[in-house]
Write a protein that binds this ligand. Structure first.
Ligand code: ADQ
Length: 740
């Protein structure tokens, strides 16, 4: 990264920022609405970009605007779009889902997380509202940049409203490991929301890897871990890590300019600065300080823990309880060690203006930044850049994102009170040479990668030409399947249309390529592999299309099954329904207009509307067909540009798969045989559900609909490659059980 300290981003088009809050806080006073500019580094970094490129900031003003109140543009060089929220919305979306569900869960405190369906619904509605406001304001924007955990679903709505927009997301808090994220009842919806972006970014690579784990395991999405890419629908999403920085020059200037600060006592200062939040580890820090005074009495009366805590989220009961806990702890430690002239802890429960804070940072000999979990932690960085005099020492939790880059700090496990106490002792005793070496290293890095560099590198990546995930290769297949298949017999179950053969205008034209046919044959020719084709076509039709006599075939979604090694099966109600289905076909002729047509398959039929040119007309005809099908008591299932009408028999591809496996391998099949199922449409979901946890299932195609399949494959070519790998792979023979 080139060293640059100003906000140079090549100016081209405007950008749109979408964040929970506007860059200022609005309050209602006797004089009307007043706004106070946010002093945070994020606003300071983004404003110059908006100034150069033009743009819009969409966010909640922090209070419910009354009907006639307006937020006038004052001196911002960009547009402000306030999103108004009602009190209930603020409670459910902000205090509720954002701060009581996502915040604790993402910080790995699942026991504090509350899962409330109504909060979730409001969260969705409010996210939609933000997205509508953004898409109305976005025209001409180069990129829509969505911030943080309040707006995880926004990208989906923005993508729907502005399909060609470049959407990028940055998460300011950690992205938790799979085991924790998985606890969220709406985890898959959140992942899909994020994948509607072009770029999804985090502070550190650990969070990016967690995200990749989750999309791979919960959505079956294909990921490239080396290049941090995810395939979603027909797009490739870039995942990335950009550790946020601070406005180094401005802070340094403040630290130099600040005079003596009244908050700083005469003793040597050990400093804690945080929002009052249970993730920040304030209680454990106080306990560690207490332990230090026990273990090293020589520090008594010479040092003070200056803890400055900004009130935060006091509407949430956990935060009020935490406030009480800290008050009591401070009282206890002070009561225990205080002398006539000295108290060990000075505790300020308030915010300090940034100029004063810079002076406090400058004068503290040790900073204790010991969160139990933190996305990055800016206090660690602010402390470092304000060390303009005799350098102090940073004690840093290894559970803060900042620990990934701030290597010269003294790292501690914040839960380990003894270790933290010893680290404070070491910091207080450290000689100047070591302190200078460590602080110089930390400062150099923060200068190089300041908040402007952060914005610049984020936008460069967001605007870069998009990369495409390469098709899956043998090494992917081996990674997914080799250990699973090792030494076992394989039942390979394959759908036909859209899986083995590309979809065509007419079913008769959806033919197998010669390569695909050879690959299927080669799989079945292996002594350890049996292939079955499971299709919605009639049994006779599917057997003719594949033309490999040794396979098992299931036609009509498994209502009829025949082939080598299985008990032939024809559902007992078939005869009864055949006549009824013919009747339904005649009724459907009424709506088979403009080229739509009916494929009769004996007991089932398919209404094809692909040839209907006009899309409004298509919708109308398919809806009319759906009504006719359901009125006849049949199930209407969507297929590719078609509707399947199935008699109301409790039978589907899942049941068919079970029949094949049981009749071929016996009731203990799930122990003896490995199962792979590959399919491309909604009717295959029944098979994925049946095999969930029992086999490996693949959903083929670029549709980004939710699937129960284990993994996704992009197209029939990828299926061909998979089958070739299965046919060719080396595998040891099934092992005989070891003698006891
Ligand atoms: P926060 O959880 O708010 O941010 P942090 O990064 O530490 O945590 O930022 C806190 C900010 O508040 C700092 O700029 C600090 O100066 C200021 N502050 C704290 N106490 C103060 C006080 N008493 N008076 C005045 N100012 C005070 C979230 C994530 C972090 C991530 C940031 C940025 O939780 O992990 O680093 O976003 O992405």
């Amino acid at each position: 990264m080139a060293e640059q300290s100003d906000a140079t981003v090549d100016p081209t088009g405007p950008i749109l920022i979408l964040a929970n809050r506007l860059p200022f806080t609005v309050s209602r006073t006797a004089r009307g609405l007043e706004r106070q500019r946010s002093s945070g580094g994020l606003v300071a970094a983004l404003e110059p970009v908006l100034q150069r490129r033009g743009g819009t900031w969409v966010g909640w003003p922090g209070l419910a605007l009354r009907s006639r109140e307006r937020l006038e543009r004052v001196d911002e060089p960009y547009d402000i779009v306030p999103v108004s929220l009602t009190e209930t919305e603020v409670n459910r979306y902000y205090h509720g889902f954002s701060n009581r569900t996502l915040w604790p869960l993402f910080h790995s405190f699942p026991e504090r997380s509350r899962f409330d369906r109504r909060d979730w619904q409001t969260y969705g509605q409010v996210n939609e509202r933000f997205a509508v406001a953004a898409s109305e304001a976005a025209s001409g924007s180069d990129v829509i940049w969505v911030h943080d955990y309040h707006l995880l679903l926004c990208p989906t709505s923005v993508r729907r409203l502005a399909p060609d927009a470049r959407i990028a997301f940055f998460l300011h808090i950690p992205f938790p490991p799979y085991d924790i994220f998985r606890l969220l009842p709406w985890d898959r919806e959140i992942l899909r929301g994020l994948l509607d972006c072009d770029l999804v970014a985090f502070h550190v690579t650990g969070y990016a890897q967690n995200f990749l784990d989750c999309v791979e395991r919960r959505l079956g999405a294909r990921v490239d871990r080396e290049n941090l890419l995810v395939e979603h629908g027909n797009r490739t999403v870039q995942v990335s890590a950009f550790p946020i920085g601070v406005d180094v020059e401005a802070l340094e200037k403040r630290a130099r300019a600040a005079g003596p600060v009244p908050e700083v006592p005469n003793e040597r200062v050990v400093l804690g600065v945080d929002r009052l939040d249970y993730t920040k580890g304030i209680s454990d820090r106080i306990r560690a300080f207490e332990r230090l005074l026990e273990l090293h009495p020589e520090h008594r009366e010479k040092i003070v823990l200056l803890q400055i805590a900004v009130p935060s989220r006091s509407q949430v009961s956990e935060y009020r309880a935490l406030k009480r806990e800290i008050d009591e702890l401070v009282g206890r430690v002070n009561g225990r060690f205080a002398t006539a002239t000295w108290s060990p802890i000075r505790y300020l429960y308030r915010s300090l203006p940034i100029d004063r804070l810079a002076g406090v940072y400058r004068d503290a000999e040790v900073a204790l930044v010991t969160p139990l979990r933190d996305g990055m932690n800016l206090v660690a960085k602010e402390y470092v850049v304000c060390q303009v005099g005799d350098p102090g020492v940073l004690v840093l939790s290894h559970l803060a994102g900042a620990a990934e880059t701030m290597r010269e700090a003294l790292h501690v496990n914040p839960y380990n009170v003894d270790e933290t106490a010893e680290a404070i002792h070491r910091a207080l005793d450290m000689d100047e040479v070591e302190r200078r070496m460590r602080m110089n290293g930390l400062q150099r890095r923060e200068r190089r990668y300041n908040v402007y560099a952060w914005v610049r590198s984020f936008l460069e990546t967001a605007l870069a030409t998009q990369r495409v995930l390469r098709p899956p290769t043998d090494s992917d297949f081996a990674g997914w399947l080799a250990a699973f298949l090792q030494g076992h017999r394989l039942a390979l179950l394959l759908d036909y249309d859209g899986t083995l053969a590309r979809l065509a205008d007419h079913p008769s034209r959806a033919v197998l390529t010669a390569d695909m046919q050879r690959a299927i044959e080669a799989c079945d020719a292996r002594a350890d592999t049996d292939v079955a084709i499971v299709s919605g076509r009639s049994l006779e039709d599917i057997a003719r299309m594949v033309s490999l006599p040794d396979l098992v075939y299931a036609g009509n979604h498994g209502l009829e099954i025949e082939g080598k090694g299985v008990e032939p099966f024809h559902h007992e109600d078939l005869v009864h329904y055949r006549a009824r289905t013919e009747e339904l076909a005649r009724e459907l002729e009424q709506v088979a207009l403009d080229g739509a047509w009916i494929e009769e398959k004996g007991p089932t039929l398919t209404f094809h509307y692909r040839p209907v040119a006009d899309s409004a007309r298509r919708n109308m005809l398919s809806e009319a067909a759906r009504r006719t099908i359901t009125a006849a008591g049949y199930q209407a299932r969507s297929a590719h540009d078609a509707l399947e009408a199935r008699p109301p028999i409790g039978w589907d591809k899942g049941r068919a798969v079970l029949h094949i496996l049981r009749s071929r391998y016996g009731p203990a099949w799930s122990e003896d045989v490995r199962v792979i199922y590959v399919g491309d449409d909604e009717t295959d979901e029944d098979a994925f559900r049946m095999l969930s946890g029992l086999g490996v299932t693949f959903r083929v195609g670029s549709a980004d609909t939710l699937t129960l399949a284990t993994r996704r494959l992009p197209n029939t070519e990828a299926v061909g490659a998979l089958l070739q790998w299965i046919a060719r792979r080396e595998d040891r023979e099934p092992q005989a059980p070891r003698p006891r």
